[in-house]
Design a protein around this ligand. Structure first.
Ligand code: 13P
Ligand code: SF4
Length: 303
């Protein structure tokens, strides 16, 4: 079915079923175009529990839909492609975290929301790239901190807060596709451009950047900056998002290959099918949901 007809069908089904479509800033352009709300992982977690609709079609990856299901246990949270995972989230298991906690008794555990519900259930406070600094600063200075799974986000935040963290060794494969030479070449080609990168990049890329920001931060920064050209060091979907928001400005990807294959598993066909069948639903077992909810809520209360 042509894209335009599929989009119409989705709009009709959405009304019929009383559903709302949430989409992460990395979603493919056709999904961004049909979404009711677009946002970073923090915005989307918050929205899930505050929106009036009982049915949420979550266009993103598994940990994001899972977080929405934990925060809105009475709603039906549907992930149109259940195999859309996050390799970084799978780099630490609950068993790994428990072993780390035994090695550092008394430490406060902070986990990036890019983690499974089982890992969050063993966590004291979650964080996203938008609030990681505030979350670390909320921990008394005399307490040790375990941080995971992203070692690069953790190391960057450790530098900003001047705290030593016990870091897990995870990383995002998509952000590792951005390389310093490409950024230097783009800077030469576009003098005056601002280089903004996501804190999931490695320190070699961070050293080339003017500013490190999560996806929501990039949107706010690009809107308020006087600059007209930006080199965008994150997943490619963000370039479409920024270009649509600010058509008068120019957004250049730091790497054309920084594509998250899991984010791109969501298609219009799958969204339409999910609206018809109201499946597949993301369910988190009771005790895990309870335990992980407090870590997520502590984060949302901090900032
Ligand atoms: P944001 O929280 O900045 O939206 O990022 C989520 C993510 O998965 C980055 O790879
Ligand atoms: Fe996970 Fe990286 Fe994809 Fe974000 S971009 S969802 S961290 S694999």
């Amino acid at each position: 079915m042509p894209e335009i007809e599929l989009a119409q069908r989705i709009r009709r089904l959405k009304k019929e079923k009383g559903a709302v479509i949430l989409a992460h800033n990395y979603q493919p352009p056709p999904i961004q175009d049909i979404a009711d709300h677009l946002g970073d992982s923090l915005d989307l977690s918050r929205l899930a529990s505050t929106l009036p609709e009982e049915i949420i079609i979550f266009c993103g990856v598994h940990f994001m839909a899972e977080t929405a299901a934990i925060l809105a246990p009475d709603k039906r949270v549907i992930l149109p492609e259940p195999s859309a995972g996050c390799p970084m989230a799978d780099m630490i298991t609950a068993g790994d975290l428990r072993a780390m906690q035994l090695r550092h008794p008394g430490a406060v555990t902070i986990m990036y929301v890019n983690s499974t519900a089982e890992v969050k259930a063993l966590t004291d406070i979650c964080c996203t790239s938008a609030n990681v600094v505030k979350v670390i600063e909320s921990v008394p200075a005399d307490r040790e901190i375990i941080f995971g799974p992203d070692r690069y986000l953790g190391a960057w935040a450790a530098g900003l807060t001047k705290r030593e963290l016990h870091l897990w060794n995870g990383y995002c494969p998509t952000h590792q596709r951005i390389v310093p030479d490409e950024i230097r070449k783009l800077r030469r080609e576009h003098p005056g451009a601002v280089v903004m990168v996501h804190p999931e990049v490695n320190p070699l890329i961070a050293a080339e950047a003017d500013i490190l920001l999560g996806t929501g931060g990039m949107i706010r920064f690009a809107g308020s900056s006087d600059a007209g050209t930006f080199i965008v060091g994150t997943e490619l979907g963000m370039v479409y998002r920024l270009s649509k928001l600010y058509p008068g400005k120019r957004f250049i990807p730091a790497s054309e290959s920084a594509i998250c294959p899991n984010m791109k598993k969501i298609t219009l066909e799958k969204v339409a099918r999910s609206l018809e069948t109201l499946e597949p639903v993301i369910r988190v077992p009771g005790p895990v949901a309870e335990a992980s909810r407090s870590a997520i809520l502590r984060m949302t209360q901090i900032g």
